[in-house]
Structures are given as structure tokens and as C-alpha cells.
Design a protein around this ligand. Structure first.
Ligand code: HEM
Length: 330
């Protein structure tokens, strides 16, 4: 279940995790702490901001569920009542000033908080990777540690070369990325599997994705390198000043034989997609830099009718996001 209580708990855990080492001397750092440390090794430490997906833009909008959504989930957000959303588009990396066209700004992120009419919020946190490079929190930490030791001048084969050789999903996932021509023209994938539960108790494993109403459009790396540093966020602000931006929140339905615990393994594209409703972004926050500070999106912040699957990455993410939040708000 999810609610302000989950968020409060996460914040408390994060604050405990951020206490000086002496206060918790008996405990070795958790995987989540090691992961945030590893993110800081790769990208540098930047006070007061997210350890990953650091550069972003907070936006507001609404969500209206489709009639089909109710067949799959009893969640209040799918009852057809229009609800408000708060969302944040982001560039990847822990660099606060990364150029939007830099290859390291891929995958781009879209974190959405659905403000259900019953007062309980639901978070769906997605990015533009089709599947994840690694299956576990430990795997992501090791990937980052290998990357941190493979900078310019590192002996060949680098630690990252060795990591890619033993984790073939990683180079494949990263190789699938491209820079979009607009943040409104990218698909954002939930990657982790969740379970929708309907009023009759029927359980359906799914993966979320937000599909742009205007279609996906990418540019070549050479074109991306020529763009002004803030071209994606500037374009989004300018676009929203004129017209709303729409996405379809889709659920990709698993077959009975599809595994749910490994986010490096996408399900076949032939699996049925159900349109759960329309997400309409209407406005960029004029003070996004301050608006993003208290926001903590948690992929496990769900509600009655949407449950986590056995995918261990969901909890690994919850813990790492909470550690990053604890440190950036200290
Ligand atoms: C073990 C795997 C992962 C780890 C350890 C991790 C770590 C993090 C951390 C530390 C943050 C900053 C959180 C904050 O300070 O609020 C973050 C943000 C984010 N992550 Fe992940 N991540 C993981 C996997 C993923 C996956 C699978 C996705 C997409 C499906 C994703 C999408 C995002 C997005 C969109 C944000 C920005 C949220 C915002 O706008 O506030 N991450 N991640």
C-alpha cells in the first residue's frame, strides 16, 4: 500500500541512512548507500540535487482513465474521474548541467505522481530504456563501479569492457538509446513488472509505458551534439506555453509463461497493449528548481489495485531513491 505513510517511512529511512558513520558504526553501508556513493563516483558529488536524473523539469497536468482500465485494476486512479498529476521530465546522469543532446543524457526520464481523488498518491517512474542493463540493485552498483574505473586512460580491456562481457544485456540496452527531438516525442518505459488487480480479484502482470500521442522521433548523435545545451527543456516549456502534451499510459500484458522478476528481459512486442488512459501535461512549473526539491518519486508507491511483482529492482530503487533524497535534503 502506498500513501503518505510510505513516503514518510522512506524519508525516515533515508535520514537514518544519511546519519554520520559513527552514529551507525555497527552497520556496513547498505547496497542503496553503496549505489548512491557509486553514482557520486561516476558523476561527482553535487550538493542538494538528485544523485541520478539530476537535471529535470517539473510539470503539471491531469489523467483520465479509459473504460478498459477498470477491467484490469480497481485502483481509484482508473475509475474514470479526471485527476491531477505532478510529473518530472529528466536527463540521465548525475550532472546538473549536462547538455540535453549529450549521449549520457539518455535515457530520459518521466516520473509521474497521480493524485488520486481519495488522497492517496501513486507514482509511476519510467525512462526511455527498453529494458534495464542489469537485473538487481547489486548489479547496478557493480555496473557503476566498473564505469567509475573505466575513464579516459584506464588500461584496456577496461572494467566496463569486462562487465559488458559478463552482462550482455547491458550493452544491448544502452545501444538501443537515442536522443529524442522533443521530450514529448519519446516513449518512457516502466521496465519493472507490476501486478494489476481488478475488483473480482483477477491478477494481471503488466509493464507500464507512456507512449507519446505525437509518436516517437529521434535524431542522430551528430545532430544531437549540435543542439543548444538546454534544447529539450526549452522546447518543452515553449511547447506547453502553446499546447498540451499527451501520452497514452499503456499496460503491456504478460502471458502466463512470461517471467516478471528480470527487468533485463523484455516481453515480446507481440504481447497485448491496453490503453489505460490519457496523461495530459498542461503546464511547466515556473519555479521548477524549487518545486523538484521536496519531490521524492518512489516506484513502489502504489495503491490498492496495483502491486509490485517479484522484480527485486523495485525495492532496490525505492531504497536508493530514499538515500539520495535523504542526502540531498540534509
Ligand atoms: C537499481 C536500479 C536503479 C537505481 C539504483 C536508480 C537510482 C536512482 C536514484 C538514486 C535517483 C535519484 C532519486 C532522488 O533523489 O529522488 C533516480 C532517479 C530516477 N530514476 Fe532511477 N535507478 C534505478 C533504476 C531505474 C529504472 C529501472 C528506471 C526507469 C524505469 C529509473 C528511472 C528514474 C527516473 C525517471 C528518475 C528521476 C526521478 C525524478 O524525476 O525525481 N531508474 N534513480
Amino acid at each position: 500500500m502506498t500513501s503518505p505513510n510510505t513516503r514518510l517511512l522512506a524519508a525516515l529511512i533515508a535520514i537514518a541512512a544519511a546519519l554520520p558513520p559513527r552514529a551507525i558504526a555497527a552497520d556496513p553501508p547498505s547496497v542503496a548507500e553503496q549505489t548512491v556513493d557509486a553514482l557520486n563516483k561516476v558523476w561527482g558529488k553535487h550538493a542538494g540535487v538528485r544523485a541520478n536524473h539530476t537535471k529535470g523539469l517539473v510539470v503539471e497536468g491531469r489523467f483520465i482513465a479509459s473504460a478498459a482500465a477498470r477491467n484490469y485494476s480497481k485502483a481509484a486512479m482508473f475509475d474514470g474521474t479526471p485527476i491531477n498529476v505532478t510529473a518530472r521530465f529528466s536527463d540521465s546522469s548525475g550532472l546538473p548541467d549536462i547538455a540535453d543532446g549529450d549521449g549520457r543524457a539518455n535515457p530520459h526520464g518521466l516520473a509521474v505522481r497521480f493524485h488520486q481523488a481519495n488522497g492517496a498518491d501513486v507514482d509511476i517512474v519510467e525512462n526511455s530504456l527498453p529494458f534495464f542493463p542489469v537485473a538487481t540493485g547489486e548489479g547496478f552498483r557493480d555496473f557503476l563501479l566498473a564505469a567509475a574505473q573505466s575513464g579516459p586512460g584506464a588500461p584496456k580491456p577496461t572494467k566496463l569492457d569486462a562487465f559488458f562481457a559478463t552482462h550482455p544485456a547491458a550493452p544491448r540496452a544502452l545501444g538501443a538509446l537515442g536522443t529524442p527531438t522533443s521530450l514529448a516525442r519519446e516513449t518512457y518505459n516502466g521496465i519493472d513488472a507490476f501486478i494489476l488487480v481488478n475488483a473480482a480479484g483477477k491478477r494481471q502482470p503488466i509493464r507500464f509505458r507512456a507512449v507519446p500521442a505525437e509518436g516517437v522521433q529521434h535524431m542522430s548523435p551528430a545532430e544531437a551534439a549540435k543542439q543548444p545545451p538546454n534544447f529539450l527543456f526549452d522546447e518543452m516549456r515553449a511547447r506547453l506555453a502553446k499546447t498540451p502534451v499527451k501520452f497514452h499510459l499503456m499496460a503491456q500484458l504478460a502471458n502466463a509463461t512470461d517471467q516478471t522478476k528480470d527487468p533485463t528481459k523484455p516481453w515480446p512486442e507481440t504481447r497485448k497493449l491496453v490503453d489505460l488512459g490519457t496523461l495530459t501535461i498542461t503546464k511547466a512549473d515556473p519555479d521548477s528548481v524549487n518545486a523538484e526539491k521536496p519531490l521524492l518519486f518512489l516506484p513502489g508507491d502504489l495503491t490498492d489495485g496495483i502491486e509490485p511483482s517479484d522484480d527485486p529492482l523495485i525495492d532496490a530503487r525505492n531504497q536508493a531513491y530514499a538515500v539520495s533524497f535523504g542526502r540531498r535534503t540534509q
